[in-house]
Ligand binder design. Structure first.
Ligand code: ZN
Length: 307
């Protein structure tokens, strides 16, 4: 099997996870978890979002979290933004990396925003300009590039059109986000190979939700196609407000454990992440979707059966 020698993981639980929780964590608790994630070895972490606080009250204090943690050398702390107002909030609180998002579903985008996905992306030009003028790096995400609950499989031409719109406004770091959890490995492998070949100027992130238990298989398929950057969420926390029945992102500890066992370097300490997931479970007071948290590491079993 052709696997990379190392991968980069972005922890998205503080944003994609917590935004779907009824319990709103305090700023102190978020800062504690964020510092724990940095200590565990993460070099990329999605801290929160600059959405309207009425729309996403769980993320209302993202600015405050940034101010409290400050710049951490060698660690990219990114935030999701909806528009130019988000860039302004990033400037004001010292955030140095923002991410925009568009849905690849034409029906979804037309219904919610009355625009095609490409028109949405073209509208991001002002964000790119403002970010560049203030030393903020910017990336773009495409949600549901594999399939959506409204239109089924997403045509590759539609994904190409969105990628080209991103490149046109000057965004070259692009995330393919299976928010609906409908992607399957052969489709993932094909789309990853396609974009790597067609857009060598771009860099890629993959973001899989584990709604139908396919996330780890999809990560493997993407790795085999040559992808090396993946989002995951501690404790498998999360969901998607637009997608019926959506489960959280693939659990970070499951991905790190798999990589450890396969000899793929992540730079992240799985034991520390498991401890943080247990802390998260206590804070949120419910069980989490994580195999390794339930079963322990494979290497912890060896020898224990004979005792
Ligand atoms: Zn997500």
């Amino acid at each position: 099997m052709k696997l990379p020698s190392s991968v980069t993981l972005c922890e998205v639980g503080l944003r994609d996870g917590l935004q779907n929780e009824k319990t709103i964590l305090s700023t102190d608790e978020k800062v504690e978890l964020l510092k724990g994630l940095i200590d565990a070895g993460y070099k990329v972490i999605e801290v929160g979002s600059f959405m309207h606080p009425k729309a996403v009250p769980q993320m209302a204090d993202t600015d405050e979290v940034y101010k409290r943690v400050g710049d951490v050398p060698g660690v990219e702390l990114r935030a999701l933004i909806p528009n130019l107002r988000g860039v302004q909030r990033a400037i004001d609180c010292g955030c140095k990396k923002v991410k925009l998002n568009v849905s690849a579903s034409r029906a979804h985008n037309l219904k919610n925003l009355n625009m095609t996905p490409e028109e949405s992306v073209a509208g991001f030009a002002g964000c790119v300009e403002a970010a560049a003028a203030n030393g903020i790096a910017i990336s773009g995400s495409i949600s549901m590039p594999f399939a959506s609950p409204w239109e089924g499989r997403t045509p590759v031409e539609d994904v190409d059109a969105i990628i080209e719109a991103y490149l046109k406004v000057g965004i070259t770091e692009i995330s393919l986000s299976d928010a609906s959890g409908m992607a399957v490995p052969n489709q993932v492998g094909d789309l990853c190979a396609h974009v790597l070949e067609k857009y060598p100027q771009a860099s890629w992130w993959l973001h899989f939700h584990n709604t139908r238990g396919m996330a780890v298989a999809n990560i493997i398929a993407a790795m085999e196609a040559g992808m090396t950057r993946f989002d995951s969420s501690f404790g498998g926390l999360g969901g998607c407000p637009f997608v019926p029945g959506a489960a959280g992102n693939v659990s970070s500890e499951d991905v790190i454990h798999m990589c450890d066992e396969m000899g793929v370097e992540t730079g992240v300490d799985v034991v520390k992440v498991m401890a943080l997931s247990r802390r998260l479970r206590d804070l949120l007071d419910h069980n989490l979707e994580s195999y390794v948290l339930r079963a322990g590491r494979s290497c912890d079993l060896i020898g224990s059966q004979s005792k």
